[in-house]
Write a protein that binds this ligand. Structure first.
Ligand code: FMN
Length: 410
C-alpha cells in the first residue's frame, strides 16, 4: 500500500512529504522532479509569491545512490520566503501581532478553521490551508510518475476553460474528441519510440501537444489561449479572480485497477476523492461525466469489439477509461472544475472574528487565476492514485518483483 502525508505551513521554514510503500531499486531522476515542481509554479495569472520561490526537492531518506531503498521516502521543499517570515513563523518564539489576521476571507478555510481549532488569529489556519501544500503533492506525484513511466503509463493535462473563455467556444479549434485523439496518438508515438520518424503532419500535431506545455495557460489552441489571457487580465484589473476547467489524460493503464467488489476500492471514487481534495476543486467528471445525464444510453456506452491483435477494444471512450470502478484499458479521461480564487483584491464583506463588526476580508498576496497550476497538481494527484492501485494489483517489494507480476498479467 502506497501511503503519503504532507506537512508544512505556507510561510514556515519548509514543506515536508513522506511516502511509504514505494518499491526498491527504482532509479529516481531528481531533475525531472524539480521540473514538475517548476511546472506547478508557472501560469499566467499567478501572484508574486511564485516569483520568490524556486521549488526544489531535497531527499532526506529512502534513496541511496539514485535508487529507492524500499524504506520510507522523506523529502523537503524549502520556502524561500521564510527568510522574510522567520520572525513571524518561528516555531518556538514568534511575533504574532503584526501578521495577525482577524477578518476571515469568504471561500477559504479561515472562519470555520479558526472556530474549529480555537484560534483568535486566522493566520494559524491559512498558513496550512493554503495551496502552497500542493507543492508536496506534486513532489509525491512526480515520484509516482517515474514509477509508472517504467510501465508505459503516461499522464498529461491541459486547460480547457478559464472564466468565460473555453476551447469548445472557439469555432476554429479542434473538438474535444479530436483533441483527445491527437493526444492519444502522440503519446502512442512517444511510447513506441516513433517520435524521431514523424511525418510533417505528425510534427505539426506534436507541436499542438507541445503547445500546452509552452502555453502560459496550458491551452493547446492559440485563439482560446488569447481569450483566456484576456479574461485573466480583465479580472485582475477589476480586483476579481477566475476559475476554470482542466482535463487529465492517463494513457497505458492496464485493465483491472480498482475493483467493483467493495465501494471503497472503486477507482473512479478514489480519483474523485483525491482530486476533490485539491484546494479549489469543486467538480470532478470521469469521461463524458455530467453530459451523459441528458443522453440516450446508446450514445453513452462504448461498444465492445475483439480482434487478434488488439484483443478486446472499444472504438469510443465516453466512459473515460473506467467501468464498474475499474480501469478498462482505455485512456482515463478526467475533468476538474476549479472555483475562482477566493482571495479578492476587491475584498468581500466579512465579520471581524474578535469585534464581530462588519469588515472587509483580509488580503493575502494572491493569484488571480491558478487553473494552469492546478492542472499540474491534478496530473500528479491522479498519477499517485494510479500508482497506488497499480501497486495494490502488481505490488512487490522490489521493482523486479513487480515487473514479473505485471508481465504475467499481460
Ligand atoms: C495551485 C493553486 C494555487 C492557488 N492559489 C491561491 C491563491 O493565490 N489565493 C487564494 O486565495 N486561493 C488560492 N488557491 C485556492 C485556495 O487554496 C482554496 O480555494 C482554499 O484553500 C479553500 O479551499 P476549497 O476551495 O477547496 O474549499 C489556489 C489553489 C491551487 C490549487
Amino acid at each position: 500500500m502506497l501511503r503519503f502525508l504532507t506537512a508544512g505551513e505556507s510561510h514556515g521554514k519548509t514543506l515536508v512529504g513522506t511516502m511509504e510503500g514505494f518499491p526498491s531499486n527504482v532509479p529516481i531522476d531528481m531533475e525531472q522532479i524539480n521540473k514538475d515542481l517548476a511546472r506547478r509554479q508557472k501560469g499566467y495569472g499567478r501572484g508574486g509569491r511564485m516569483k520568490i520561490e524556486t521549488d526544489k526537492m531535497e531527499i532526506l531518506a529512502g534513496l541511496r545512490n539514485g535508487k529507492t531503498l524500499g524504506s520510507p521516502i522523506a523529502f523537503l521543499i524549502k520556502n524561500k520566503d521564510y527568510e522574510n517570515w522567520e520572525k513571524f513563523m518561528d516555531p518556538k518564539q514568534a511575533e504574532t501581532e503584526e501578521k495577525r489576521v482577524t477578518k476571515p476571507r469568504p471561500g477559504h478555510a479561515d472562519l470555520t478553521g479558526a472556530l474549529k481549532y480555537g484560534f483568535d488569529d486566522v493566520r494559524n489556519v491559512l498558513e496550512r490551508s493554503s495551496a502552497r501544500e500542493t507543492a508536496v503533492r506534486v513532489g509525491i506525484g512526480s515520484l509516482a510518475k517515474q514509477l509508472m513511466t517504467l510501465f508505459d503509463i503516461e499522464v498529461y493535462s491541459h486547460v480547457i476553460a478559464i472564466g468565460n473563455a473555453a476551447l469548445g467556444k472557439n469555432p476554429n479549434e479542434n473538438s474535444d474528441e479530436k483533441l483527445g485523439k491527437i493526444i492519444d496518438e502522440k503519446l502512442d508515438a512517444k511510447l513506441d519510440g516513433k517520435i524521431d520518424e514523424k511525418s510533417d503532419e505528425e510534427k505539426e500535431d506534436l507541436e499542438v501537444l507541445k503547445k500546452a506545455e509552452e502555453s502560459e495557460v496550458r491551452c493547446i489552441d492559440q485563439d482560446a489561449e488569447n481569450a483566456m489571457i484576456e479574461e485573466i487580465k480583465k479580472a485582475k484589473e477589476n480586483g476579481e479572480s477566475l476559475g476554470g476547467v482542466f482535463e487529465i489524460h492517463i494513457k497505458g493503464v492496464p485493465h483491472g485497477l480498482g475493483s467493483y467488489v467493495q465501494w471503497d476500492r472503486k477507482l473512479d471514487g478514489k480519483l474523485a476523492h483525491h482530486l476533490m481534495s485539491i484546494q479549489g476543486i469543486k467538480g470532478v467528471e470521469i469521461g463524458d461525466g455530467f453530459e451523459t445525464a441528458g443522453m440516450e444510453g446508446s450514445k453513452v456506452h462504448d461498444e465492445i469489439y475483439y480482434d487478434e491483435e488488439q484483443k478486446f477494444y472499444r472504438k469510443t471512450n465516453h466512459a473515460g477509461g473506467i467501468e464498474g470502478g475499474m480501469s478498462n484499458g482505455e485512456t482515463i479521461v478526467i475533468r476538474c472544475a476549479m472555483k475562482p480564487i477566493p482571495t479578492l483584491y476587491k475584498p468581500l464583506k466579512t465579520v471581524d472574528l474578535i469585534t464581530k463588526e462588519e469588515a472587509l476580508a483580509s488580503v493575502e498576496r494572491s493569484d488571480t487565476c491558478a487553473v494552469p497550476a492546478a492542472s499540474i497538481v491534478g496530473e500528479m494527484v491522479a498519477i499517485t492514485v494510479i500508482a497506488q492501485e497499480f501497486l495494490r494489483k502488481f505490488g512487490g517489494d522490489s521493482i523486479e518483483e513487480i515487473r514479473k507480476r505485471w508481465k504475467d498479467y499481460q
